[in-house]
Design a protein around this ligand. Sequence first.
Ligand code: COA
Length: 158
Amino acid sequence: MSALLDSLPRYRRMTGQDIETVLAIEESIYPHPWTRGNFSDSLAAGYHCWIVECAGAIAGYTVVAIVAGESHLLNLSVAAPWQRRGIGRQVLAFVVKLARDYAAQRILLEVRPSNAAARGLYAAAGFAEIGVRGGYYPAGDGREDAIVLERVLGRGDS
Ligand SMILES: CC(C)(COP(=O)(O)OP(=O)(O)OC[C@H]1O[C@@H](n2cnc3c(N)ncnc32)[C@H](O)[C@@H]1OP(=O)(O)O)[C@@H](O)C(=O)NCCC(=O)NCCS
Protein backbone atom coordinates (compact mmCIF):
# COMPACT_ATOMS: atom_id res chain seq x y z
CA MET A 1 0.00 0.00 0.00
CA SER A 2 2.72 2.51 0.92
CA ALA A 3 4.60 1.66 -2.32
CA LEU A 4 1.41 2.50 -4.21
CA LEU A 5 0.99 5.79 -2.32
CA ASP A 6 4.66 6.66 -2.98
CA SER A 7 4.11 6.36 -6.71
CA LEU A 8 1.13 8.74 -6.77
CA PRO A 9 1.93 12.29 -7.90
CA ARG A 10 2.06 14.67 -4.93
CA TYR A 11 1.65 18.45 -5.23
CA ARG A 12 3.42 20.95 -3.03
CA ARG A 13 4.42 24.60 -3.27
CA MET A 14 7.80 25.36 -4.80
CA THR A 15 10.34 27.03 -2.49
CA GLY A 16 13.70 28.67 -3.10
CA GLN A 17 15.34 25.39 -2.12
CA ASP A 18 13.82 23.69 -5.18
CA ILE A 19 15.32 26.11 -7.69
CA GLU A 20 18.57 24.17 -8.16
CA THR A 21 16.76 20.95 -9.14
CA VAL A 22 14.09 22.76 -11.13
CA LEU A 23 16.78 24.63 -13.05
CA ALA A 24 18.59 21.38 -13.88
CA ILE A 25 15.32 19.94 -15.28
CA GLU A 26 14.54 23.19 -17.09
CA GLU A 27 17.96 23.23 -18.76
CA SER A 28 17.61 19.59 -19.81
CA ILE A 29 14.23 19.97 -21.55
CA TYR A 30 14.26 23.43 -23.17
CA PRO A 31 16.66 24.80 -25.77
CA HIS A 32 15.94 28.25 -24.26
CA PRO A 33 15.32 27.56 -20.56
CA TRP A 34 14.11 29.92 -17.86
CA THR A 35 16.90 31.33 -15.74
CA ARG A 36 17.37 31.13 -11.98
CA GLY A 37 16.14 34.75 -11.88
CA ASN A 38 12.91 33.83 -13.67
CA PHE A 39 12.10 31.29 -10.94
CA SER A 40 13.21 33.42 -8.00
CA ASP A 41 11.31 36.44 -9.39
CA SER A 42 8.19 34.27 -9.78
CA LEU A 43 8.45 33.15 -6.16
CA ALA A 44 9.09 36.71 -4.97
CA ALA A 45 6.12 37.99 -6.98
CA GLY A 46 3.83 35.53 -5.23
CA TYR A 47 2.98 33.62 -8.39
CA HIS A 48 1.54 30.17 -7.90
CA CYS A 49 4.64 27.98 -8.17
CA TRP A 50 3.98 24.27 -7.68
CA ILE A 51 6.05 21.11 -7.75
CA VAL A 52 4.72 17.67 -8.60
CA GLU A 53 6.69 14.85 -7.03
CA CYS A 54 6.60 11.22 -8.07
CA ALA A 55 8.29 8.57 -5.94
CA GLY A 56 9.98 11.35 -3.95
CA ALA A 57 11.58 13.04 -6.99
CA ILE A 58 10.59 16.27 -8.71
CA ALA A 59 8.79 15.07 -11.85
CA GLY A 60 7.42 18.43 -12.95
CA TYR A 61 6.47 21.97 -11.99
CA THR A 62 4.26 24.82 -12.99
CA VAL A 63 4.19 28.60 -12.55
CA VAL A 64 0.91 30.49 -12.87
CA ALA A 65 0.17 34.19 -12.40
CA ILE A 66 -3.42 34.93 -11.41
CA VAL A 67 -4.33 38.61 -11.49
CA ALA A 68 -7.72 40.30 -11.69
CA GLY A 69 -9.68 37.27 -12.81
CA GLU A 70 -7.13 36.25 -15.41
CA SER A 71 -4.75 33.34 -15.16
CA HIS A 72 -1.51 33.27 -17.12
CA LEU A 73 0.21 29.90 -17.36
CA LEU A 74 3.88 30.87 -17.48
CA ASN A 75 5.59 27.51 -17.18
CA LEU A 76 4.47 23.88 -17.28
CA SER A 77 7.21 21.30 -17.46
CA VAL A 78 7.67 17.57 -16.98
CA ALA A 79 11.17 16.12 -16.49
CA ALA A 80 12.25 13.95 -19.43
CA PRO A 81 12.13 10.58 -17.61
CA TRP A 82 8.54 11.30 -16.54
CA GLN A 83 7.18 12.52 -19.87
CA ARG A 84 4.39 10.68 -21.73
CA ARG A 85 2.92 9.17 -18.57
CA GLY A 86 -0.02 11.53 -18.23
CA ILE A 87 1.68 13.89 -15.76
CA GLY A 88 1.51 16.95 -18.05
CA ARG A 89 -2.21 16.39 -18.53
CA GLN A 90 -2.66 16.03 -14.79
CA VAL A 91 -0.65 19.18 -13.95
CA LEU A 92 -2.71 21.11 -16.50
CA ALA A 93 -5.91 19.90 -14.81
CA PHE A 94 -4.40 21.06 -11.50
CA VAL A 95 -3.77 24.51 -13.04
CA VAL A 96 -7.36 24.70 -14.29
CA LYS A 97 -8.64 23.88 -10.79
CA LEU A 98 -6.27 26.42 -9.23
CA ALA A 99 -7.47 29.13 -11.63
CA ARG A 100 -11.09 28.31 -10.85
CA ASP A 101 -10.38 28.32 -7.11
CA TYR A 102 -9.05 31.88 -7.50
CA ALA A 103 -12.11 32.88 -9.53
CA ALA A 104 -10.21 33.36 -12.79
CA GLN A 105 -12.46 33.57 -15.80
CA ARG A 106 -9.88 32.39 -18.29
CA ILE A 107 -6.41 30.93 -18.66
CA LEU A 108 -3.97 32.33 -21.19
CA LEU A 109 -0.64 30.91 -22.30
CA GLU A 110 1.93 31.18 -25.06
CA VAL A 111 3.34 28.18 -26.92
CA ARG A 112 5.90 27.80 -29.68
CA PRO A 113 4.38 26.72 -33.01
CA SER A 114 7.17 24.09 -33.16
CA ASN A 115 6.21 22.52 -29.80
CA ALA A 116 3.97 19.70 -31.04
CA ALA A 117 3.84 17.95 -27.64
CA ALA A 118 2.61 21.02 -25.78
CA ARG A 119 0.18 21.99 -28.53
CA GLY A 120 -1.31 18.48 -28.42
CA LEU A 121 -1.63 18.68 -24.64
CA TYR A 122 -3.37 22.07 -24.68
CA ALA A 123 -5.66 21.27 -27.60
CA ALA A 124 -6.85 18.12 -25.83
CA ALA A 125 -7.58 20.23 -22.72
CA GLY A 126 -9.84 22.63 -24.61
CA PHE A 127 -7.45 25.54 -25.25
CA ALA A 128 -8.17 27.54 -28.39
CA GLU A 129 -5.87 29.73 -30.45
CA ILE A 130 -6.70 33.43 -30.08
CA GLY A 131 -3.67 35.15 -31.55
CA VAL A 132 0.01 35.24 -32.39
CA ARG A 133 2.78 37.29 -30.80
CA GLY A 134 5.38 37.90 -33.48
CA GLY A 135 9.02 37.11 -32.61
CA TYR A 136 8.16 36.37 -28.98
CA TYR A 137 10.69 33.60 -28.31
CA PRO A 138 14.42 33.35 -28.89
CA ALA A 139 15.16 30.61 -31.44
CA GLY A 140 18.64 29.70 -32.67
CA ASP A 141 20.06 32.99 -33.89
CA GLY A 142 16.61 34.43 -34.64
CA ARG A 143 13.14 34.57 -33.06
CA GLU A 144 10.04 32.38 -33.13
CA ASP A 145 6.43 33.54 -32.88
CA ALA A 146 4.24 32.52 -29.98
CA ILE A 147 0.74 31.17 -30.43
CA VAL A 148 -1.54 32.58 -27.74
CA LEU A 149 -3.99 30.04 -26.38
CA GLU A 150 -7.00 30.62 -24.19
CA ARG A 151 -9.34 28.49 -22.18
CA VAL A 152 -12.46 30.17 -20.90
CA LEU A 153 -13.51 28.78 -17.55
CA GLY A 154 -17.22 28.25 -17.38
CA ARG A 155 -19.18 27.11 -14.39
CA GLY A 156 -18.94 23.43 -13.62
CA ASP A 157 -16.25 22.42 -16.10
CA SER A 158 -13.11 20.61 -14.93
C1 COA B 1 4.62 19.29 -23.02
C2 COA B 1 4.80 18.44 -21.77
C3 COA B 1 4.50 19.29 -20.55
C4 COA B 1 3.80 17.27 -21.84
O1 COA B 1 3.87 16.54 -20.62
P1 COA B 1 3.73 14.95 -20.59
O2 COA B 1 3.60 14.53 -19.18
O3 COA B 1 4.82 14.33 -21.37
O4 COA B 1 2.35 14.76 -21.38
P2 COA B 1 1.21 13.66 -21.13
O5 COA B 1 1.82 12.30 -21.02
O6 COA B 1 0.33 14.12 -20.02
O7 COA B 1 0.43 13.75 -22.52
C5 COA B 1 -0.77 14.52 -22.65
C6 COA B 1 -0.99 14.83 -24.12
O8 COA B 1 0.01 15.73 -24.59
C7 COA B 1 0.35 15.43 -25.95
N1 COA B 1 1.75 15.00 -26.01
C8 COA B 1 2.58 14.82 -24.97
N2 COA B 1 3.81 14.49 -25.41
C9 COA B 1 3.74 14.46 -26.75
C10 COA B 1 4.68 14.21 -27.77
N3 COA B 1 5.96 13.91 -27.48
N4 COA B 1 4.27 14.29 -29.06
C11 COA B 1 3.00 14.61 -29.35
N5 COA B 1 2.05 14.86 -28.43
C12 COA B 1 2.42 14.79 -27.14
C13 COA B 1 -0.59 14.32 -26.38
O9 COA B 1 -1.77 14.95 -26.87
C14 COA B 1 -0.88 13.64 -25.05
O10 COA B 1 -2.07 12.92 -25.05
P3 COA B 1 -2.03 11.35 -25.45
O11 COA B 1 -1.03 10.69 -24.54
O12 COA B 1 -3.44 10.92 -25.22
O13 COA B 1 -1.60 11.29 -26.88
C15 COA B 1 6.22 17.81 -21.71
O14 COA B 1 6.49 17.17 -22.92
C16 COA B 1 7.30 18.83 -21.43
O15 COA B 1 7.55 19.20 -20.28
N6 COA B 1 7.97 19.28 -22.51
C17 COA B 1 9.07 20.23 -22.38
C18 COA B 1 8.60 21.55 -21.81
C19 COA B 1 7.46 22.18 -22.59
O16 COA B 1 7.47 22.22 -23.82
N7 COA B 1 6.47 22.71 -21.85
C20 COA B 1 5.33 23.39 -22.42
C21 COA B 1 5.71 24.81 -22.75
S1 COA B 1 4.31 25.72 -23.40
